[in-house]
Ligand binder design. Sequence first.
Ligand SMILES: NC(=O)c1ccc[n+]([C@@H]2O[C@H](COP(=O)([O-])OP(=O)(O)OC[C@H]3O[C@@H](n4cnc5c(N)ncnc54)[C@H](OP(=O)(O)O)[C@@H]3O)[C@@H](O)[C@H]2O)c1
Length: 285
Amino acid sequence: MNIRAKTALITGASRGIGRAIALEFAQQGVKKLLLVARSQQRLAEVAAEVEAWGVEAVILPLDLTQPVAVNVAIAQAWRDHGPFHLLVNCAGVAYQTPFLNSNLLNVQAELETNLMGMYTITSLVARRMVAQQSGTIINVSSLMGKVAAPTMATYSATKFAILGFTQALRSELAAHGVRVVAFLPSLTDTDMVKNFQLFRWMKPISTAKVAKALVIGLRQESPEILVDWQSRLALWCGRIAPWLLELIVRWAAPSPQPTAPLRQPISINLFKHSATASEQPYQQL
Ligand SMILES: NC(=O)c1ccc[n+]([C@@H]2O[C@H](COP(=O)([O-])OP(=O)(O)OC[C@H]3O[C@@H](n4cnc5c(N)ncnc54)[C@H](OP(=O)(O)O)[C@@H]3O)[C@@H](O)[C@H]2O)c1
């Protein structure tokens, strides 16, 4: 698909991959961008960058985990700025931690943002796209939605789930003229991974490269868009020799951290919520 002269709503547009997609769409001649994230100030900065390319920008400061507010905002945005031709579901959070040190609040934040947040906005936009009999929904999963990795169990679970959600919607909405696409970036240089313990051989790629890969994938009408040859190699290896890929992933994973002795009460981590993904993503005892 060609995104020229289209209207797109991008979640997670205040920074990282979402911001880069907004800038790339602007350079590719999109007509209007609706930018969603919690930080109004950062959204305003991205809007100014986008407007410099002659694109109309509308900011929607929203917390996607608040369905009532999202419902009201999307109804107003569609009325004032619709129809949207593209919805890019990019907002997400990730906490890296050995599973035995994980805490419930971080897991809930991943589920609520990555899955329930995506569900809420998708249901609101999809039913309006279906009424128009046209539209494209892009769900940002991850390479970790295909290759699960140690220390990222619950994040990987959300990204696997996004692929299932995408596949089901693709079949369901095709009859209504709505395309549903999965985007699977590999490790990318953003706030999300700033304090991560990186896997061996993994070097973060730039957000600009990731955003360009999305535009190329959309042009090629791919149902699942990958970013680089390493991702293709990993998926090919997973199909031909899954046991080998699992061995490689184990070997490349960050060194195991000491885990809580079993005699300690399991609840010790339940209410120790890391404020943001980038502040304390990797807990150590
Ligand atoms: N970085 C990677 O290596 C990588 C690899 C594969 C896939 N991904 C996926 O790419 C997407 C973007 O990640 P990123 O690396 O760009 O992360 P990032 O730099 O941390 O950005 C996350 C974005 O999501 C927004 N967001 C978070 N919680 C939100 C909420 N409750 N409501 C509304 N917006 C919210 C943030 O804005 P505010 O804080 O202003 O709300 C921000 O714009 C995520 O889905 C991630 O899983 C990332």
